[in-house]
Design a protein around this ligand. Structure first.
Ligand code: B12
Length: 213
């Protein structure tokens, strides 16, 4: 059996190749992808964040850990998405707001929603309000997911909500926000419809907002 503590270590130390090998090995042994993510991979990123904050590691290590995490997630995402193949219970546009390049959490939320039957249009990182408005119009989405990991970029979520109002689209989409610095009180303050702190609870929240629970 694969020692999953080694997966935690590989991500923490930014060892992408090892992380890929261990993720593949765990999948072959029929490990549950959600459990790998929640119990090992996210925990490693939390520790990376803690060490970065304490100046024990610096941006290069942060980058390497991020790359290892993404590589493992890339392997797991098709499995998660496959779990909801063929159905669509709602259309979600999701992206990381302007000035912010963090996308690991956003990608996870997108995969989990897809795995649970939503059609997800992921427009990427560093997105300005016009891009969000355009995507909602084009895809006739009924949910907008906004991600921000920096205290300096989270206020931009409000800018996006204001742009939706100006475009006359606010009534047609429910807005859900997330990312490490975001909280329920911040979500309420900027006029979002929902907030969630994990990918799992994001699915429940979105279903709740659409009245399909
Ligand atoms: C990996 C990482 C990076 C990588 C990102 C790689 C990538 N492709 O994403 C790189 C190296 C690029 C990076 C860069 C920087 N980073 Co950085 N980074 C992190 C780190 C360690 C982990 C983030 C992560 O992926 N976590 C794992 C995922 C799964 O968790 P998550 O993102 O929180 O997502 C979950 C929830 O928040 C929620 N969620 C997320 N999005 C959404 C969206 C919706 C709609 C919903 C409902 C829920 C939801 O669900 C997710 C799944 O459970 C964090 C520390 C931390 N603990 O958060 C710092 C952190 C966010 N970074 C930080 C900083 C300072 C930076 C830099 C400014 C560093 C620098 N000096 O250059 C740059 C900024 C670049 C930019 N303009 O964006 C600070 C932010 C401090 C602050 N208060 O603003 C943190 C907190 C580190 C720290 N403790 O100081 N970073």
């Amino acid at each position: 059996m694969t020692d999953l503590n080694l997966l935690y270590e590989a991500i923490l130390k930014g060892k992408k190749k090892t992380a890929i090998e261990l993720t593949n090995a765990a999948l072959e042994e029929k490990a549950d992808p959600k459990s790998l993510i929640d119990n090992h991979m996210i925990k490693a990123m939390e520790e990376v964040g803690r060490q970065f904050e304490n100046h024990e590691i610096f941006v290069p290590e942060l980058l390497m850990a991020g790359r290892a995490m993404k590589a493992s997630l890339n392997i797991l995402q098709p499995v998660l998405q496959g779990q909801g193949a063929g159905v669509s219970i709602g259309k979600v546009v999701i992206g990381t707001v302007k000035g912010d390049l963090h996308d690991i959490g956003k990608n996870l939320v997108a995969s989990m929603l897809e795995g649970c039957g939503f059609e997800v249009i992921d427009i990427g990182i560093d997105m300005d309000s016009a891009k969000f408005v355009e995507a909602i119009r084009e895809h006739k989405a009924n949910i907008l997911g906004l991600s921000a990991l920096l205290t300096t970029t989270m206020p931009y979520m409000k800018t996006v909500i204001e742009a939706l109002k100006e475009a006359g689209l606010r009534d047609q989409v429910k807005v859900i926000v997330g990312g490490a610095p975001v909280s329920q009180s911040f979500a309420t303050e900027i006029g979002a419809d929902g907030y969630s702190d994990t990918a799992n609870s994001a699915v429940t929240k979105v279903k709740d907002l659409l009245g399909i629970l």
